[in-house]
Design a protein around this ligand. Structure first.
Ligand code: BGC
Length: 279
């Protein structure tokens, strides 16, 4: 799907990721969807993971297949160890290997601190943090088994953790989410340090406000959008394709020397915009 906002997707070179196999979790909607499509546009074969919303996932598969690459939809709950192991095994059987993991699946269960239930806390940690741990672990086992194949990529594997500006911006009313993304940052950096000698590159993207179903309330009325824009120096709300292009670049050998980095794709949200006129 193309978007009228932001840069066009046809700037993505069609053979940049040729011959690579990518797994994108939570790829039936939002940022995951756009990323899966962009990876396909760049020539990768793509597994579209989803936990609910099979029809949407199949539509993403169709769109990716239109680029002449292979795609399939796999159902798995990323917070369930057995399901993640089964998904990765299936991908290796059906696609041959995994070269790129985009650990994207994530959710919010918002509540003020004293109203937050243990179930809301746990669910967000389970999906956003433990889910990334499990997917990264299983993908890494495959990267290590296969090793570097120089015709495919200079790295044995690439992991992109989908984080958030809230890995560094505290977020009242969302303590579960902010804690999960803070955890993603330190998990990513630790894995990057541990796995770099094995030629595995682990990095993160920290999106700012991107128009997806997760934050619809923040942008779908003119008043909400106006409020939101006060936090974004670049003066536009992001679209999923903004993140997708960053993921393609990070996954490719163009950024082969980028290890353990967080790429903030946020229109400047992390630049303390309140200080533009104050302080
Ligand atoms: C959250 C969105 C929010 C954005 C900026 C994201 O990580 O999921 O709900 O709009 O951060 O605050």
């Amino acid at each position: 799907m193309s978007s009228p906002e932001g840069a066009p997707q046809d700037v993505i070179p069609a053979d940049l990721l040729k011959g690579q196999k990518a797994l994108v979790t939570g790829a039936n909607s939002g940022i995951g969807r756009a990323t899966a499509v962009a990876l396909g546009r760049a020539g990768a074969d793509v597994v579209v993971n989803y936990v609910a919303g099979r029809e949407e996932a199949e539509k993403v598969v169709e769109e990716i297949a239109s680029f002449g690459v292979r795609a399939a939809a796999y159902e798995a709950d990323v917070s369930d160890e057995e399901q993640v192991v089964a998904m990765t095994d299936r991908m290796v059987k059906e696609f041959g290997t995994v070269d790129i993991l985009v650990a994207n699946a994530g959710l919010q269960r918002d509540a003020s601190f004293t109203d937050m239930t243990l179930a809301q806390w746990q669910k967000v940690l389970d999906v956003n943090l433990t889910g990334q741990f499990l997917c990264a672990r299983e993908a890494t086992k495959e990267f290590l088994r296969r090793g570097v194949v120089p015709e495919v990529s200079r790295a044995a594997g690439k992991i992109i953790c989908m984080s958030s500006v809230h890995q560094v911006i505290p977020w009242a009313g969302h303590v579960n989410y902010a804690a999960s993304k803070g955890g993603v940052q330190m998990m990513m950096e630790t894995l990057a340090q541990e796995l770099a000698p094995k030629k595995i590159r682990v990095n993160a993207i920290a999106p700012g406000a991107i128009k997806t179903p997760i934050n619809r309330d923040a942008w779908d009325t003119p008043e909400a959008q106006q409020d939101l824009l006060r936090l974004i120096p670049y003066d536009r709300v992001g679209v999923p394709e903004d993140i997708a292009r960053a993921a393609v670049a990070l996954a490719s050998d163009l950024l082969d020397y980028v290890v353990g980095a967080t790429l903030y794709v946020d229109g400047g949200m992390t630049l303390f915009p309140g200080f533009a006129t104050g302080g």
